[in-house]
Design a protein around this ligand. Structure first.
Ligand code: NAI
Ligand code: ENO
Length: 356
């Protein structure tokens, strides 16, 4: 497998380490910072650095674009102009609408690993960063099924859990579970640091809860300014919602409503439990086989439909029929109930489907 990485920072570097270690891939990379390329080679994240983006991808079977969100659309287009025809291109940007709207090429599939850190640069890259992490993919009606399948398999081999989602749903969800938490962490440290400016005030001691809630405060501005701006409409909605919730709690306090405060706190515990429980779906893996016409977008549509219903595809394989007009998609789904749901959803799409 020949893989190429454009933007060799924390995420690009981690993909390089994992691809070389786990896939035995030959990895070439390019970054506008020569120092990043040099460190990536020294750390074993790249087999070699290339002199230009075009040279880095000329021979690739898969390209990961791991640049800041604001540079993604232009960089992906540049990659698409330079790759061989049978190469899949993906990105890792934390927001998806802008790049997916700008790039309409059957060889491109948007992506976003839900894994990372508050650090930056290939110095902090790790081969195990994506182990068991959800890795969102945003295929569209034009995505080539076989290239989507190749990317899906590669990500599984990197240890991740690829999950199809549409770009708008992704950005709205991420505003709530990633972008707002980063904003709130910044607000918390700014509040506590007021004491630094007022010499008469004693510096607060920071306990574990403060450290947990603020680990990501001031995370890498080289990527976060772009993320906040690219998702500003969804993030503003979440900030307004959070402000309203703070206002509700303020009202409970102001009324000294002890029962209300207890109910509010209990509801938070229950919400957190349900959110964390939802990540632990597992169980027996079932193989389903669906017959589908060999048309652009069919595989993407199936993956998106299952993703929307919360069904995770553990693995997938495509078997085109000799006449090339139709084919079989094999899907492996973990858990009895999700497999049942997947069977029903695929049948609803009008495709014959059975357990293998
Ligand atoms: N840091 C994290 O935890 C996560 C970050 N992401 C996304 O991954 C991408 C990369 O982020 P990190 O690796 O954390 O940042 P980073 O700052 O560690 O690395 C970014 C790299 O991109 C390079 N770069 C800048 N402009 C470029 C361009 N025009 N073309 C190619 N390369 C360029 C920089 O020189 C740098 O080496 C961003 O899109 C970010 O939203 C996704 C998931 C997690
Ligand atoms: O460090 C953490 O907890 C993070 O949240 C890292 C992170 C940053 C950006 C992403 O798009 C996904 C994950």
């Amino acid at each position: 497998m020949r893989a190429s990485i454009i933007g060799v920072g924390l995420i690009g570097g981690s993909i390089g380490l994992a691809a070389r270690e786990r896939l035995g891939a030959e990895v070439t990379g390019w970054d506008p910072s020569p120092a990043a390329v040099e460190t990536a080679c020294a750390r074993g994240a790249l087999d070699r650095g290339a002199g230009s983006l075009e040279a880095a991808v000329a021979d690739a079977q898969v390209v990961f674009v791991a640049a800041p969100v604001g540079a993604l659309a232009e960089t992906v287009e540049r990659v698409l102009r330079a790759i061989p025809p049978d190469c899949v291109v993906t990105d890792v940007g934390s927001t998806k609408r802008s790049v997916v709207a700008a790039v309409a090429d059957p060889r491109f599939v948007g992506g976003h690993p839900l894994a990372g850190a508050e650090t930056a640069g290939v110095e902090h890259a790790r081969a195990d960063l994506f182990q068991d992490a959800v890795w969102y993919l945003t295929p569209t009606e034009t995505t080539t099924g076989t290239l989507f399948e190749r990317l899906h398999r590669l990500l599984r081999e990197l240890g991740a859990k690829p999950t199809a989602i549409d770009a708008a749903t992704h950005d709205h969800m991420l505003a709530a579970v990633s972008h707002l938490p980063h904003v709130v962490a910044n607000v918390l440290v700014a509040q506590a640091a007021r004491a630094l400016e007022d010499e008469s005030e004693q510096l607060p001691a920071t306990g574990p809860s403060f450290r947990d809630a603020t680990r990501v405060a001031g995370a890498n501005s080289a990527i976060w300014t772009d993320i906040y701006l690219a998702n500003r409409d969804a993030l503003i909605e979440r900030i307004d919602d959070a402000t309203r919730r703070l206002g509700e709690f303020r009202a409970l306090l102001s009324a000294a409503d002890a029962d209300g405060v207890t109910a509010w706190n209990d509801a938070a515990r229950e919400d957190r439990r349900r959110l964390l429980e939802a990540q632990l779906a597992g169980g027996t893996v079932h193989e389903l086989r669906a017959s589908v016409p060999n048309e652009p977008g069919v595989v993407a549509r199936l993956a998106l439909e299952l993703g929307r219903a919360g069904v995770n595809i553990t693995d997938m394989a495509l078997y085109p029929a000799p006449n090339q007009a139709e084919g079989v998609v094999a899907l492996w789904i973990a858990g009895d109930e999700p497999a049942e749901r997947a069977l029903a959803l695929i049948a609803e799409q009008g495709f014959p489907v059975a357990r293998a």
